[in-house]
Design a protein around this ligand. Structure first.
Ligand code: PAF
Length: 287
């Protein structure tokens, strides 16, 4: 496994592989890897000749009061996991290599509309930071395919929209969420939960599961009022369980818009905090 920190060196290393006709899969990460990330690597390994994993904690996607400084940085352990998972190339650039100018002076990439709802409404600027850094990674690596977890479902749809709007020829692949045995979606931020919060945390998955069951067993497609009622009951349930909910919503799976009468492919999404830890999760609903 090769590790590169420089943009020119990784470009050079990949040129020869491309000339040899090899396909390249990119797994962008912020490190502190868990089995959810390794599922992305495994899927990329299956689909591509060469697997590149980037590790970069991107300051542009953290709000001023968020956890950029405290975000766990575990490069050595990550490299061992990636080597075992069959990664070919790790790209771990420094902050000033990715953002050589002040961040206020940088060109940014933004997907309007979609990034202002759900998580975007609670984390202003977050998705602009994600699309900007993912764009840069796409330009540096030029992958054929890029892999993102379905746990961050809005991020996945935002990146698909960016790729389509900007006519990029990269296939964006969503990989199913990996869960702990009690249903909690794996996330690097789960490490912030204390014992008491960790015991409560699967309540988000259980609440979304109840919504899914209720909607799949009774609500007709497009019966929007019951969706709203079910979502606000779920939000109240989260509060009762000790969460501070940001939102619970039922949306169209394709574009996260409000479902209309014909929509049969839905998704229940929720974001809620336990103490200082903000958790997100979602479940597909098929009518
Ligand atoms: O999902 C993440 O870990 C990050 O948002 C990503 C896609 C690596 C961009 O920094």
């Amino acid at each position: 496994m090769q590790t590169h920190t420089g943009i020119e060196t990784i470009r050079e290393a990949l040129v020869a592989e491309r000339v040899a006709g090899k396909s390249v899969g990119l797994v962008p990460t912020m490190g502190n890897l868990h089995p959810g990330h390794l599922a992305l690597v495994e899927t990329a390994r299956r689909d591509n000749d060469l697997v590149v994993v980037s590790i970069f904690v991107n300051p542009l996607q953290f709000g001023p009061n968020e956890d950029f400084d405290g975000y766990p940085r575990t490069l050595e352990e990550d490299a061992e996991k990636l080597e075992r998972a069959g990664t070919d190339v790790v790209f771990a650039p420094s902050l000033d290599r990715i953002y050589p100018k002040s961040m206020q002076a940088m060109t940014t990439v933004a997907v309007p509309g979609l990034t202002r709802i759900l998580c975007g409404a609670h984390r202003p600027g977050h998705f602009d930071g994600v699309t900007t850094v993912v764009n840069k990674l796409f330009n540096i690596i030029s992958p054929d395919r890029a892999y993102f977890g379905e746990k961050d479902y809005q991020q996945l749809i935002v990146i698909r929209t960016m790729v389509s709007d900007l006519d990029m020829t990269i296939e964006v692949v969503g990989v199913p969420t990996v869960r702990d045995t009690d249903g909690l979606a794996l996330s690097s931020r789960n490490a912030y939960l204390d014992t008491n919060e960790r015991a409560k945390a699967p309540g988000l998955y259980r609440t979304l599961s109840k919504m899914k069951a209720e909607i799949e067993s009774g609500v007709r497609p497009g019966d929007a009022r019951p969706y709203e009622e079910i979502a606000s009951a779920a939000s109240a349930e989260l509060e009762r369980l000790g969460f501070l909910p940001d939102y619970v919503k039922v949306r169209k799976r394709a574009d996260l818009e409000i479902p209309d009468a014909t929509c049969t492919e839905l998704i229940a999404l929720g974001a809620a905090s336990l103490g200082r830890t903000r958790l997100i999760d979602n479940l597909s609903i098929d009518l």
